[in-house]
Design a protein around this ligand. Structure first.
Ligand SMILES: [Zn+2]
Length: 128
């Protein structure tokens, strides 16, 4: 079970990761001489970040996935659901969460899923 200060720490980590991705994006825009496009400052200030189509187009798939993970972790924090394994509902150790703030599975379930990688999804659904 996470203490409030631990939760805040993780929230900051997530927000920092978010900023890091946006910063990389900013640098990419500048290096691509797209400076006459929308200013990155506007994107930062945009509350509906993910709804900005041009913003999404500039992201790599990996970055978008990461932003999605960060976003859903932040949403879970808001709802007080953060820190529990999606598969077994056990609480995820705080050390793991600090190392991987958007982890949604405990180590055990994560390695189980990884060992199942490549198996048909029907099998996975049956297990769940
Ligand atoms: Zn688990």
């Amino acid at each position: 079970m996470l203490r409030k200060n631990e939760l805040l720490e993780i929230k900051e980590l997530l927000e920092e990761m978010n900023r890091e991705i946006l910063k990389n994006l900013d640098e990419r825009i500048k290096s691509n001489d797209m400076s006459d496009q929308r200013e990155i400052g506007d994107i930062f200030d945009d509350a509906d970040l993910e709804q900005s189509r041009e913003f999404n187009l500039l992201l790599t798939t990996r970055e978008r996935q990461k932003l999605d993970q960060i976003e859903s972790a932040l949403a879970k924090i808001e709802k007080g659901e953060y820190g529990y394994c999606e598969d077994c509902d056990e609480s995820i150790p705080v050390g793991r969460l600090k190392a991987m703030p958007f982890a949604t599975l405990c180590v055990k379930c994560k390695s189980e899923r990884e060992s199942m990688e490549g198996t048909p999804s029907a099998y996975v659904e049956e297990k769940g």
